[in-house]
Design a protein around this ligand. Structure first.
Ligand SMILES: NC(=O)c1ccc[n+]([C@@H]2O[C@H](COP(=O)([O-])OP(=O)(O)OC[C@H]3O[C@@H](n4cnc5c(N)ncnc54)[C@H](O)[C@@H]3O)[C@@H](O)[C@H]2O)c1
Length: 393
């Protein structure tokens, strides 16, 4: 990147898991990608002055703030990156867009359809003024996922018939694992459904180019109380631990989805299998540099799933990194996300996934909740607040 390109002043809210991943990406993207603007890590926001100042130093930010609204009045901030729990997304993102700041907001876009709708409306208003918004469905930026999307788009596996998607983790399978915001409905919106199920909804819609239109689902909470710490009463879990649902896609495909944090032994297994009329694709994030490809036009004598190592310079993003076979990791998706976002902003184009894409995912999540509650198929096109789901202790 030449030194005389315009700068993009970034302010980021949150400095824990996603905060660290995004900071790394903001620092790294301009060093590996030729970007039209140079991101400057101007301000990191937290609530505790000492901790956020330490985090800013550790993660490479020029300054720190203890109130995110300070970013809105700082003229050196062009973009606000929202890395906080879902209950804060709508308020921060809408205020930032209305103040003329571009926004990158973590997923799921919001905690309810109504919030997501308000965010998509704010993004539309902002886009008319050249201010852009993107939601952080990061796994879209894994090279093997983009290759799968390209192969489907080129018609290499024919008409899509089956979509099989699982997101499997096990980090709360121990009933004594402590309470966190991810298990509180008012903070997280939902449990496994919104936290990890949202990713596989986005990924399958992205790869197939089809929207989920109808769902039939069930949610379950296995452990309803969790320890908060010595001397404190147990916390009540108010979200789902596991979600499963059937789906109908707009192009005729049928889908089977599963999201759980109780799949003992599975750490971050995003498993996708797409069966088309002329072939299949399969992916597992625990082997993230590989895409399995079955091509129906090969001779039956030698046909079979081919293990494609997605690290060639011809593959998406891979040419920006290491020689073939040297492999990418979790953090690279976030670097690609920043590179794509800054490129779109520099070119004045809508970055994807948009807030409208995030809203569509939110409608699917809400429809799964309604379906689990009512025990029937539900359309994702029904707008409005999802039914409050109460889990009796
Ligand atoms: N893209 C992905 O793959 C991915 C992965 C994990 C999490 N996420 C999403 O990222 C978001 C954050 O998750 P996380 O895992 O980083 O959580 P975390 O608990 O690790 O970090 C949350 C951060 O937000 C801060 N925070 C909370 N409320 C705040 C407020 N009102 N003002 C300022 N700071 C506040 C906390 O201090 C902390 O720094 C969530 O929406 C989550 O769903 C996305």
């Amino acid at each position: 990147m030449s030194s005389n390109v315009a700068t993009l002043g970034v302010g980021q809210v949150g400095y824990a898991f996603m905060g660290a991943a995004h900071s790394h990406a903001w620092r790294t993207a301009p060093r590996f990608f030729d970007l039209p603007m140079r991101p400057e890590l101007r301000a990191l926001v937290g609530r505790d002055p000492d901790r956020v100042a330490q985090a800013a130093h550790r993660l490479g930010w020029e300054s720190s703030e203890t109130d995110w609204t300070r970013l809105l009045s700082r003229s050196d901030i062009d973009l606000v990156d929202v890395c906080t729990p879902g209950d804060t997304h709508a308020e921060i993102a809408i205020a930032a867009l209305d103040a003329g700041k571009h926004v990158l907001c973590e997923k799921p876009l919001a905690n309810t359809v109504a919030e997501a709708q308000a965010m998509a409306d704010a993004a539309d208003r902002a886009a008319a003024r050249g201010v852009l918004a993107m939601v952080g469905f990061t796994y879209r930026r894994v090279p093997a996922i983009v290759l799968a999307q390209q192969l489907v788009g080129e018609g290499r596996i024919g008409d899509i018939r089956h979509v099989r998607a699982q997101y499997l983790q096990d980090w709360i399978s121990d009933p004594l694992a402590p309470m966190t915001w991810r298990l509180q409905r008012e903070k997280a919106g939902s449990g496994a459904l919104g936290d990890i199920g949202a990713h596989i909804v986005d990924l399958t819609q992205f790869i197939t180019g089809q929207d989920v239109l109808r769902v039939n689902g069930l949610l379950e909470t296995f452990v309803r109380e969790r320890p908060r710490g010595p001397g404190q009463p147990n916390g009540i879990v108010t979200v789902d631990d596991a979600a499963a649902f059937l789906a109908r896609f707009s192009g005729g495909a049928v889908g089977v989805f599963e999201a759980t944090r109780y799949a003992t032994g599975r750490k971050n297994a995003i498993r996708l299998e797409i069966n088309g009329s002329n072939g299949s694709l399969a992916f597992d994030f625990e082997d993230m540099n590989v895409l399995q490809f079955f091509y129906g036009e090969e001779s039956p004598q030698t046909a079979g799933f081919r293990r494609v190592l997605v690290t060639e310079p011809e593959h998406p993003y891979a040419g920006h990194w290491w020689p073939p076979g040297h492999g990418l990791g979790y953090e690279h998706g976030f670097v690609h996300q920043v590179a794509d976002l800054v490129t779109a902003i520099g070119q004045g184009q809508q970055p994807l996934p948009s807030f409208a894409d995030g809203l569509q995912v939110q409608r699917v999540l809400a429809a799964v909740e309604r379906s689990s509650e009512l025990g029937s198929w539900q359309s994702t096109e029904v707008l409005g607040e999802h039914l409050a789901r109460r889990i009796e202790p």
